[in-house]
Ligand binder design. Sequence first.
Ligand code: FAD
Length: 521
Amino acid sequence: MPVPYGAGIFKTAGNMKNNEKTNNKTNNKKNDRNNDRNSNRKNDRNNRNSNRKNDRNEDGNSRCSIPSSVKGVFDVAVIGAGAAGMMAAIEAARKGVRVLLIERNPAPGKKLATTGNGRCNFTNLDMEDLAGGKYRGENPEFAEAGIRCFPPEKTIEWFREIGIEPKYRGTYVYPNSDQASSVVTALWDEVRNSGAEVIFDTLIRKIRKDEGGFKAFAGKEADLSVVTEDKSGDHPANTEQTGRYCDFLLDIEGSDTVIRAKKLIIATGSRAVPKTGSTGDGYVWAKALGHTLVPQVPALTGVKCTGNRYKNMAGVRTDAKLTVKIDGDVVAKEEGELQLTDFGISGIPVFQISRFVAYALKDGKKASVYINFLPGISDDNEEIFEFFKKRAERLRNKEMGSFFTGLLNDKLGNVLLELSGIERKQPVSAVSEKQLKALGSLSCRFKAECEEVNPFQNAQCSAGGINTSEVNAETMESKLVPGLYFAGEILDIDGICGGYNLQWAWSSGYMAGRAAGEKTI
Ligand SMILES: Cc1cc2nc3c(=O)[nH]c(=O)nc-3n(C[C@H](O)[C@H](O)[C@H](O)COP(=O)(O)OP(=O)(O)OC[C@H]3O[C@@H](n4cnc5c(N)ncnc54)[C@H](O)[C@@H]3O)c2cc1C
């Protein structure tokens, strides 16, 4: 069993709820003794209501209870206990400084636990062609320094040290347990071993830049903003340090305690799958602190296409080559197992190209995906036509309804016949060259008109984010705001499927943690 997340750390909202439940029971017993059933029921109702009120604020967010042990100044505060945040917290704490990791969820690694279909493809040994190939963004070369500094081989060794043995599937790397949950547990154990302190159920709402520092507030999501001056005028923490001012102040909703830190690592992820806690809060803070943002769009997701032909092909999986054209220009090519769905196209090759489609549609451009359903035969229209002519010759005693049998999935073949206007009953011997050409063209240049990409809720990651030209590629420190660091998906770097996004989280988290963990005083 994984270690309970509440153990050995600050009191969390979860603990608080239990205390309140105990109080309710005590009250109930009192009422029983009075033998007043009516008043008992009333009390039960009141208690339930008051519990709900206490557990949730007006916006439905969990209340958090920050214990008085959060005293003094933390050297490093890390917001977000996802892949990047846990790596950053561990590496910073290993430098011997005081680290606080803050997470809005009641437990760490909610998204990480779902990765790789629950198996966690945590890196990939193939790191050829990084900039623009494996990693995309406005400055994709930004990812190169991070990956060089903490490459897959080093990542695998790092994880072995904390108990995760690698399993290789080609160049793809998984934990030998094939359980993403084991990666979460091992990381969490290491967070605790490292000495980093952790608080859960704590939503940071606001970051304020103080005169010589910042201030972050936990609370309502509706008020995600940054202001530039500190109105508190109260910095008791300053006196506890060696004369240097405190850089960050974090106020927590439901508590008067102010958390103080000299450096801040924002590892709050993107907007992809918001139910995991990644709602894009970090973007708002970064922007208010002067950073520019590359627009965020869903990436690694399916594409909805126009027309109703897809319903008849839903469920088909077939090898295919995809060519993406934006306003007529080829912008990307991919090959792999395509999945046809009732809304359009999906599967790994579609995931890989979805960011290009998303940006094009966002900019009001026309995006089409040309699909070759016969990549093993040829990409060339003429060659496919010749192949079909020979096939028609061989199958001359059959009807056209059988033309694709054994060549393509039946459902797909039927749609191609229908789209080319060929009757199923028509004898193959009577098929014209024009008809075969039309069929060939549909088979290797099937045009899927893109309508929209699936939303953030269904996207494995987000493209866009913090403009990397404003961040030091060696340290992940902001070039605009000293002491502020970013790690993980919040940065404008999106990897392709295959372990690249987690590798980015490890590499950027590693660098941010080590750089922020350097003692500056
Ligand atoms: C279904 C799925 C499968 C995937 N599979 C793979 C895979 O096999 N391999 C791979 O490489 N990548 C995979 N990815 C992508 C990968 O999971 C992410 O890129 C990676 O987890 C991002 O890590 P992160 O730490 O930057 O962000 P996150 O994991 O999103 O962590 C951010 C954390 O910050 C917390 N947070 C946010 N706002 C606040 C706030 N205001 N206050 C306090 N806390 C806050 C969140 O609750 C969250 O825990 C997959 C993604 C999905 C959705």
